[in-house]
Write a protein that binds this ligand. Structure first.
Ligand code: SAH
Length: 518
């Protein structure tokens, strides 16, 4: 069986269907290197210790390795003296590879690769596993810890696949948080007012009221906090433990919440919760692996990882906090994601009342149109100033302006800077109708509901375009040079341009260099 997968063509921006094998791993579309990590040195030591502990009890060491990938952790366990390993891998091409790797390394008698999701695995004389395991080995975490489904997987494994009191490697994970104020990070989730110095005075572009208290989208914002200069945020609280998961005991995946009391170390606007986790590979906590950023643990800045970073959570609203005046921070989670809410510590009664925090679902639509880097771009005042400067140079009172860019504010700038007629192609029409309404621009900017190659002169009321602008930015662009789509689009509308048209940006150059990068 084959399946069709939708993919944006980077040249034309159009959605196209590609035929993929039934085993196509959809995660490949967003894959980051995950099958290799320094952590494996710690895995090796911890697995060896777990096998020894089981053997010291006089038991056979039966390992369950969920999400075996290449089979590496099972082979480590077998080398450490495990009697038998069940290596479960849901992704068929990977499971096939594991079978070959296990065989080639001479572990065929010790390791059974099971190509199933762990929740489908059966135990018993005729089952996939002869008996329950007493060592549980996994590596199922993402930057948010639980985003790859670790909790339901562990919950099921404890119920059906492992013995009570089993050894787990890793043994425990702990999630830490720190409250900060950061205009830069806040600018990734909200649109700040944009100031435009026009000939007839200052104009301010504002966002529709729905955007004010929209919590945004639930997908995790994972970044390399180690690359964030300390001048970009102000620390408002100490680092506190938000919650822990002990993987050697039954795990509950059902939605729940955790609450901690914080005493701000500084007054400011609480906007952002920074978060990361660490894992204790063994019960004693001697072998620890942490994602703590540089200001918490200076050595962690040197451990480069691109698959586990740190999380940035946006509070639903910014809350002023005072130094020393206690506040409550609540973390809510479902099976796959975490979100936060901050409350002032008032009366006991009020605080006892369970906090019902809804998961962040974008109500204003802007967060569906603009991702976080895009919000950051639109809020970059320096960038806006450059556009205003350039537009002021090229626009005349009789300019007929067409804008080709997704979710751009350029049409609004062009209108305020005096273009006679402004047209644009826009995605998510319903949001832009609200946005234009909030700025009283409904009848000032014409939205063309067609792709550039389908532009007709009737869309332009038989006028020719004298100024063609773009940022260029397109939501279909996965890599920076995909934005060269502007080049394609500019060619597609060529017959509608005046002979002396001004095109902004006028040119682009792509730079590259060869490096050695182990
Ligand atoms: N254990 C390997 C690979 C880790 S990547 C290593 O440490 O190098 C995680 C792997 O787990 C992926 O291959 C994914 O397909 C698989 N996986 C995730 N959840 C699973 C589950 N519940 N059952 C089976 N496989 C799972």
């Amino acid at each position: 069986m084959k399946t069709f997968c939708g993919r944006a063509n980077p040249t034309t921006g159009a959605m196209e269907w590609l035929e993929e094998d039934e085993n196509y791993d959809y995660h490949q579309e967003i894959a980051r290197s995950r099958y290799a990590d320094m952590l494996h040195d710690k895995d090796r030591v911890s697995i060896r210790a777990a096998v020894s502990r089981v053997k010291e009890r006089g038991e056979k060491a039966i390992v369950l390795d969920i999400g075996t990938g290449t089979g590496l952790l099972s082979m480590m366990a077998a080398s450490a003296g495990a009697d038998f390993c069940y290596a479960v891998e849901v992704f068929k091409p990977m499971a096939n590879a594991a079978v070959k790797i296990v065989e080639k390394n001479g572990f065929r008698d010790k390791i059974k690769v099971i190509n199933k999701h762990s929740t489908e695995v059966t135990v018993g004389p005729d089952g996939d596993m002869q008996c329950r395991a007493n060592i549980l080995v996994t590596e199922l975490f993402d930057t948010e810890l639980i985003g790859e489904g670790a909790l339901p997987t562990y919950e099921h494994a404890h119920k059906y696949l492992v013995q009570e009191g089993c050894e787990a490697v890793p043994h425990r994970a702990t999630v830490y948080v720190q409250l900060v104020e950061s205009k830069r990070m806040w600018s990734w989730n909200k649109l700040f007012p944009v100031h435009v110095e026009a000939e007839d005075g200052e104009k301010i572009i504002v966002s529709p009221s729905e955007m004010e208290d929209c919590p945004g989208v639930p997908s995790v914002c994972d970044i390399q906090l180690n690359q964030m200069p300390s001048s970009d945020f102000a620390i408002l609280s100490d680092v506190v433990t938000m919650f822990s998961v002990d993987f050697s005991k039954p795990v509950r995946s059902a939605s729940t919440s955790y609450r901690v009391q914080l005493e701000p170390v500084k007054s400011g606007k609480a906007q952002i919760v920074l978060s990361w986790w660490d894992i204790d590979m063994d019960p004693s906590g001697m072998i620890n692996c942490t994602m703590a950023p540089y200001w918490v643990k200076s050595t962690s800045a040197f451990q480069w990882r691109d698959h586990w970073m740190q999380c940035v959570y946006f509070l639903p609203n910014e809350e002023p906090v005072l130094q020393g005046e206690k506040v409550y921070l609540t973390a809510c989670r479902d099976e796959y994601s975490v979100w936060y809410k901050l409350q002032k510590a008032r009366g006991e009664e009020e605080n006892k009342a369970a906090v019902r925090v809804e998961s962040p679902v974008c109500r204003c639509q802007a967060h569906l149109l603009w991702n976080r880097p895009r919000f950051g771009q639109l809020n970059d005042q320096n960038r806006t100033r450059q556009y205003i400067k350039s537009l002021t140079k090229v626009l005349k009172t009789d300019s007929v302006c067409l804008c080709i860019s997704d979710g751009s504010l350029l049409p609004v700038l062009a209108h305020y800077l005096g273009a006679k007629q402004v047209q644009c192609f826009l995605m998510l029409l319903s949001f832009f109708l609200k946005f234009f309404k909030a700025n009283n621009l409904e009848d000032k900017i014409k939205i063309i509901e067609a792709r550039p190659e389908l532009l007709t002169s009737s869309h332009l009321e038989d006028k020719k375009i004298s100024v063609l602008v773009g940022e260029p930015f397109f939501t279909t662009s996965l890599l920076p040079w995909h934005n060269l789509y502007f080049w394609y689009a500019r060619t597609a509308v060529a017959s509608h341009l005046t002979s002396n048209v001004t095109v902004l940006p006028q040119s682009a150059s792509l730079h590259m260099m060869i490096v050695e990068f182990q």
